[in-house]
Design a protein around this ligand. Structure first.
Ligand code: IDP
Ligand code: MG
Length: 150
């Protein structure tokens, strides 16, 4: 089953809405497969956001993502990557569709509350960054799975 990496970014943590956000993915039907509370180092930030190194907003992005502990979660399910991205809404919260996480909880692009992998390949890479060596990702089934997955 497809997996995706979700991060509750520092603003989501500081604002006390981390579990509210996680519950949106859970209610959508996605199954939680991994969960960590961690402090992101500069090194980890550069690895995770490697595609953005050198862009004008990169230093601000690193300062943001390292500014507070975050939650990293793995969710799995049918088309988990695109399901999570549509639940999150667009990158720029002011333009994100109301009803999405970013459309409901954010205003600024540099304070957009949540991260989700943008492709299955990115998901695999990002999950190994946050859940490599020793951090568990668990394969399990729920009694309701047959009511969620066809
Ligand atoms: P995504 O999070 O929707 O996948 P990306 O383009 O991958 O969006 O950008 C990663 C993160 O970098 C964004 O979520 C946002 O926090 C930040 N970011 C992207 N573009 C800008 C910008 O133009 N100014 C400030 N921050 C930005
Ligand atoms: Mg991205």
């Amino acid at each position: 089953m497809e997996r995706t990496l979700i991060l509750i970014k520092p603003d989501g943590m500081q604002r006390g809405i981390s579990f509210e956000i996680l519950s949106r993915f859970e209610k959508r039907g996605l199954r939680l497969a991994g969960l960590r509370l961690l402090q992101v180092s500069r090194e980890l930030a550069e690895d995770h956001y490697g595609e953005h190194v050198g862009k004008p907003f990169f230093e601000g992005l690193v300062a943001y993502i390292t500014s507070s502990p975050i939650i990293a979660a793995v969710f799995e399910g049918t088309d988990a990557v695109s399901a999570a991205r549509s639940t999150m809404g667009g990158t720029k919260p002011v333009d994100a569709t109301p009803g999405t996480i970013r459309g409901d909880y954010g205003l600024e692009i540099g304070r957009n509350v949540v991260h989700g992998s943008d492709s299955p390949e990115s998901a695999e890479r990002e999950i190994s960054i946050f859940f490599g060596a020793g951090a568990d990702v668990i394969s399990w089934s729920r009694d309701v799975d047959s009511w969620v997955f066809e």
